[in-house]
Design a protein around this ligand. Structure first.
Ligand code: HGY
Ligand code: MN
Ligand code: MN
Ligand code: MN
Length: 393
């Protein structure tokens, strides 16, 4: 269930491969005794009722969409883990006090609409009407994409979950980095998750003939954009009280002809840190630098904010529940998440926790992404124990 025309494992939201994967998930959920539904944001939800109806559900979730050229573990192991836990409860005839919801969140990865964590944003009321009206390069409007997978965008605001509607959200995820493997640990107790601020930068100059235009008469959008890209790297390499990363991953040069001075460059940047104030400070410095380059090179440079997710710290008592469960199952350590997750959005309405399993060579968002199956199994075991610990607490 992946796009054969793309490298690696590619399952972009709203595509036929994504919908094929969703149908398979639905079957797996039904066979595991879950009542299946799709919410207003298009999130696929499997539910098992608990014995104490007054308790709000425990939620396990992640995502099954991938980046372009992605791997086989990012996101999907968190959804499959939830279904496996549901299957075990069914097999052993166990009923939890809390109801249990297993969620495949719509479009967690940065999408062609310029937004990530679309489904979890919708679930917590953080997907604005402006965002719903955004279109991708094929002209698909986000709200129509959500309808394609069974969502009801007109009801997102009304049906959003509010603070207190979920007792606990837990996510099992691959680490997507090198720390667990380097430290020979089998499980990660996540202490916090970075905030991510994403911007689209447009640099407009004047296309012209590369042979007849003297160097001092050019308005070259690409050389101007290059100064900005290097400045972002320089700013993010400075030292701060918490780690920072900054990336330009998407870059379009037009008209992109060998003998044409570039007239228009559009690129997307993101800055991440566990401290959102550091991100804001870096973006202020970057905007000031952009203004200077615009003046010096007579270019028109615009910065448009695409999305902001807030950094979160996992509550100590949730860390303890997760650490106790991990400690029984294997060698674990505490670590922050440099990747963003649906947990960033759920943290706005509920206590959240995450468990990591190791990524071979720290690789992710590429076909080489790999986690040994016994590590995945260990992660499911730890997640199951954390759920039971919380359910009985
Ligand atoms: O980009 C991320 O941090 C995550 O993999 N969505
Ligand atoms: Mn990812
Ligand atoms: Mn992910
Ligand atoms: Mn995630």
């Amino acid at each position: 269930m992946v796009d054969p025309s793309k490298p690696g494992w590619t399952r972009r939201p709203f595509t036929p491969w994504y919908q094929e994967g969703r149908s398979w998930l639905e079957q797996q959920m039904e066979q595991s005794g879950l009542q299946v539904s799709t919410d207003a944001g298009g999130n696929l939800i499997g539910k098992i009722e608990g014995s104490k109806a007054h308790l709000k559900p425990i939620m396990i979730g992640s995502h099954t969409d991938t980046v372009i050229g992605g791997g086989r573990f990012d996101g999907i192991i968190g959804v499959i883990a939830g279904i496996e836990i549901a299957r075990r409860l069914q097999e052993t005839g166990t009923t939890l006090n809390h109801s249990l919801e297993i969620v495949d969140f719509t479009a967690e990865e940065p999408s062609e609409f310029g937004i990530s964590t679309i489904g979890s944003r919708a679930m917590v009321g953080n997907l604005s009407p402006e965002m719903l009206k955004r279109t991708d390069p094929t002209g698909l409007v986000l709200e129509d994409g959500i309808r394609m997978i069974g969502g009801n965008p007109d009801k997102i605001e009304e049906l959003a979950r509010r603070k207190g509607d979920v007792s606990l959200y837990l996510e099992l995820h691959i680490e997507q980095g090198p720390v667990l493997e380097q430290n020979k640990k089998q499980l990660g107790v996540v202490t916090g998750i970075v905030g991510i601020h994403r911007y689209r930068v447009t640099v407009e100059g004047k296309p012209n003939h590369a042979g007849t235009t003297p160097m001092d008469m050019r308005f070259d959008a690409l050389t101007g954009a290059s100064e900005l890209v290097l400045e972002l790297e320089r700013l993010c390499k400075e030292s701060y009280s918490d780690p920072v990363v900054g990336t330009v991953g998407k870059f379009i040069n037009e008209p992109n002809g060998a003998n044409v001075i570039p007239g228009l460059v559009t690129f997307e940047l993101e800055v991440r840190s566990i401290d959102s104030k550091i991100i804001e400070m870096i973006m202020k410095k970057f905007a000031d630098f952009s203004n200077r380059v615009a003046t010096e090179r007579s270019l028109c440079i615009t910065l448009d904010n695409l999305s902001k997710s807030d950094a979160i710290r996992v509550l100590p008592d949730i860390q303890e529940i997760v650490a106790d469960a991990c400690g029984i199952v294997g060698e674990s350590q505490y670590l922050p998440s440099g990747a963003g997750h649906d947990a960033n959005q759920l943290a706005t309405i509920a206590p959240v926790g995450m468990i990591f399993v190791p990524s071979r060579d720290g690789r992710s968002h590429c076909p080489e992404e790999w986690t040994d199956f016994e590590d995945v199994t260990r992660g499911v075991e730890a997640l199951a124990r954390a759920i039971m610990n919380f359910d009985h607490s």
